[in-house]
Design a protein around this ligand. Structure first.
Ligand code: GDP
Length: 303
């Protein structure tokens, strides 16, 4: 239900465009495919992804001898799911857990994308599942980030390890690990800074935090989750590329999907980055973080 509500903007705009297209182009011909490309690009599916998809659809239409555009609808959703799932076996959708000891998730992403909010929501979700969670306020740079995480800590009943603003993030994360271990916690969620104005410094800082985590808990971090803002469309893809080069990203949290009609960005990220979208943000409340289900997403678009 939440899923359906959160995707309303994308669903309405996409299905309006699709229905419009099918009504205007009953015959599956080159004009139809060109219009279809436009519709998909307008939904932010991404030019490369659209080209791959439409090429496959041309072949499939020929192979199955499909002449009526309405008949092609099912094939379109099948292919979209296929594109999304890709080599899913290599990088699973579910969060990786440490079977013997503390599990650590490191969050990265540019300021304003919804990083702190997503950490708070995940803390809530994990707690609901019966896990003991601790959060570490590693964004010591952005004004208000530490207090904001503290507010989420109070809201969810999760302890927040914090130092003063401007202090060394690696030291905060180190204390977070020690505290989480001392309390027998299952999961530690680590916030980090996201100032992209000084990319080199930011990446050095993330590397240092990463090294502390690796040293203290072998095999950690178990996930490096990059938070991207769905409303920024193709810009989110560019950010993903920047972080992927240096931060060893293992999964994506796509926030604010409720705030855009161009939810196709999910498919573009998956197809171009080969990184799974593990969660989507569908609102500002605690419950508004959902595991991403590609089948439900794609079929939801056509509902
Ligand atoms: P950070 O700078 O990356 O830590 O970003 P914040 O967590 O402070 O989020 C920035 C703004 O986006 C806040 O006003 C959040 O309430 C809002 N926000 C975050 N996630 C979502 C979401 O999934 N949906 C909506 N509608 N708003 C969100």
């Amino acid at each position: 239900e939440k899923y359906k509500e959160g995707l309303k903007k994308t669903r309405t705009s996409f299905s309006d465009r699709m229905n419009n297209l099918m009504a205007r182009y009953r015959k599956v011909d080159e004009d139809f495919f060109e219009e279809l490309e436009e519709v998909l690009i307008a939904s932010d599916v991404g030019v490369n992804t659209v080209m791959d998809l439409v090429d496959e659809l041309r072949m499939e239409a020929k192979r199955q001898n499909i002449k009526d555009s309405i008949q092609l609808k099912d094939v379109i959703s099948e292919k979209l799911v296929e594109i999304y799932q890709g080599d899913e076996d290599e990088q699973p959708q579910k969060l990786k857990m440490n079977d013997d000891g503390l599990t650590i998730y490191l969050f990265v992403g540019v300021n304003g994308v919804g990083k702190t909010t997503s950490i708070g929501k995940l803390a809530y979700k994990l707690k609901q599942e019966g896990k003991k969670v601790v959060m570490a306020a590693g964004d010591t740079f952005r004004a208000g980030a530490i207090e904001q995480l503290q507010v989420w800590g109070e809201r969810t009943g999760v302890e927040v390890i914090r130092h003063n603003a401007g202090s060394d993030p690696a030291a905060v994360i180190y204390d977070g690990i020690k505290a989480a271990q001392a309390r027998g916690a299952d999961v530690l969620l680590c916030d980090t800074a996201g100032r992209l104005q000084n990319k080199v410094n930011l990446m050095n800082e993330l590397n240092k935090v990463h090294r502390v985590i690796e040293r203290e808990v072998p095999g950690a971090p178990h996930e490096v989750l990059l938070v991207l803002d769905a409303t920024t469309g193709q810009n989110a893809l560019a950010q993903a590329k920047t972080f992927q080069e240096t931060a060893n990203v293992s999964g994506i949290v796509l926030s604010k999907l409720d705030g855009t009609a161009k939810g196709g960005i999910v498919l573009a990220i998956r197809n171009e980055m080969k990184i799974p979208v593990k969660f989507v943000g569908l609102g500002e409340q605690m419950e508004d973080l959902q595991e991403f289900d590609p089948n439900a997403f794609v079929y939801g678009l056509f509902a």
